[in-house]
Design a binder for this molecule. Structure first.
Ligand code: NHF
Length: 483
């Protein structure tokens, strides 16, 4: 009998609630959206599992063109006001999506960037827990993502408003430890009732810090790669805290949605290809993209795709590209696609004029172009200062493009250097243009060795960074956390 019970428990299906500010394809700003969009989809492939996503309402193309039904209506006492709350449900994604509409915040067209973001995210967190607290069957796990949901583990364990949630495990995943949600103390007036002697749980370095609160209060804390967890412990403003809480911390590498990212079926590509047709397929895509950007398709094409944020290192990359072209007369083409820091964007636009046709850029977010560039490029460079996981290196491998990465975070965990027999990328260590230049030099040598280059390409496409592996780890984590 006892054996039977244990067996039953091991195979128990789970209900998991993901709380996040972003979820692809509903509203995405960065990798957080991709991951939250994919996790429930793959988790639910195990029969009986039921992962759902709860996120704040955004007024955008997705919400305007998909059908939502009102699932729940409530009022939310918020400071001195009473706000109306609606929770809307949609089924189009293969899992249940719930969007929380709070009076006064319901007309937002963007996920972030408003003066009162902090209040919005607090209202979202409290309204969601108020709702879940009324469920007849509580979920097995509440999984929170990044600082926008960082107070949830505190509310669940310490607010008198949620006694039924005390025994529900809370998991907190850090997708980017640099955004910690430090805010002014007056937001605490909007918190659900808790004992004020618990205030120390909310602070780090005398500041109210949503991420630090989550690290203290969540039952388990994860980051999106094992190496990034080490880096947070060794060298971050929260190092001491991570050391204190190390028992419950673990790094789980992200995966990618192999259905969504597939050069054989990608609806954005005109020339599809598989591992068997990679040479011809990439050549056709390269000709198309090179034609558009006035590049010579005979030369290796090295691209960067991403945000122009300090983290991503585009400033140092542009210095290296400038020197490669103008000092070393490198026989390579460089393409940068992305947006962000306007000063950097202006600098790149100017650089075009002095690059003798070997450098070009596209400033803006363009999914279709990004996909074409993955398919067309020979190399994708990622000179990140830090990288919690990084997803672009996975997309690149999937499209037969060899990643050139700095050895940090998830890049270190996922890309093996070409010197190793299993290698399918190029690694460099220091964050300076000399190291990037050396990596570019190695890339150009490799490009000339046609046979080795072709083998590495195929090897890259055969790598498996699908979600299945990571889902197993998350499932185990949830099981271990359950009381
Ligand atoms: O992969 C999703 C993504 C990470 O490194 C990425 C980042 C933001 O910086 O987990 O979140």
């Amino acid at each position: 009998m006892e054996y039977f019970t244990i067996f039953q428990f091991q195979n128990k299906c789970m209900q998991v609630v993901h709380m996040s500010a972003e979820c692809y394809p509903v509203a995405k700003v960065g990798g957080l959206g991709d991951v939250v969009g994919a996790l429930p989809k793959y988790f639910n492939q195990t029969e009986g599992n039921d992962a759902i996503v709860v996120m704040p309402w955004v007024e955008n193309k997705f919400t305007q063109t998909h059908r939502f039904v009102v699932d729940h209506q409530a009022v939310l006492p918020f400071g001195r006001r009473i706000l109306q709350v609606k929770i809307l449900r949609n089924h189009d994604l293969g899992y249940k999506l719930y969007m929380v509409q709070v009076e006064g915040f319901e007309n937002r067209t963007q996920v972030y960037g408003y003066r009162n973001d902090a209040y919005h995210f607090i209202a979202f967190q409290v309204a969601t827990l108020n709702w879940i607290h009324q469920w007849e069957h509580l979920p097995d796990v509440i999984h929170c993502h990044d600082f926008h949901t960082g107070f949830v583990p505190f509310y669940m364990s310490h607010s008198h408003q949620f006694p039924r949630l005390r025994n529900v495990p809370s998991i907190f995943t850090i997708h980017n430890g640099n955004y910690q949600g430090m805010m002014s103390w007056d937001v605490v007036d909007y918190f659900p009732w808790f004992d004020t002697w618990k205030l120390p749980l909310l602070k780090w370095n005398n500041t109210l810090n949503a991420m630090a609160t989550a690290v203290k209060c969540a039952w388990r804390v994860t980051t999106v790669s094992p190496q990034y967890m080490k880096e947070l412990m060794q060298d971050s403003s929260l190092s001491e805290l991570f050391h204190q809480e190390s028992q419950k911390c673990v790094g789980i590498l992200n995966g990618i949605d192999n259905e969504e990212w597939n050069p054989e079926t990608d609806k954005h590509l005109r020339h599809h290809y598989s591992v068997d047709t990679v040479s011809e397929g990439k050549r056709a895509n390269k000709e198309e993209v090179c034609g558009h950007f006035h590049f010579d398709p005979e030369l290796p094409l090295v691209s960067f795709i991403g945000r122009f944020a300090h983290q991503k290192g585009v400033d140092v990359l542009s210095d290296a590209v400038w020197r490669a072209i103008n000092t070393y007369d490198a026989e390579m083409n460089f393409l940068i696609v992305g947006s962000g820091d306007p000063q950097l964007a202006r600098g790149l636009e100017q650089m075009k004029r002095y690059s003798r046709g070997k450098f070009n850029c596209y400033i803006g977010y363009n999914e279709e172009l990004a996909r074409k560039v993955y398919a067309a490029s020979d190399f994708l460079v990622m000179p990140s200062r830090f990288e919690p996981c990084g997803l672009n290196q996975f997309y690149a491998l999937r499209y037969g493009t060899l990643p050139i990465v700095r050895t940090v975070g998830g890049l270190l965990d996922s890309i093996i250097d070409m010197n190793d027999e299993n290698g399918c990328g190029i690694r460099f260590i220091q964050m300076n243009s000399n190291d990037i230049l050396h990596a570019l030099y190695r890339a150009s040598e490799l490009y000339l060795d046609k046979e080795k280059f072709a083998t590495m390409r195929q090897h890259a496409m055969n790598q498996d960074f699908s979600w299945e592996k990571s889902i197993k780890q998350y499932t185990q984590l949830y099981k271990n956390a359950m009381p």
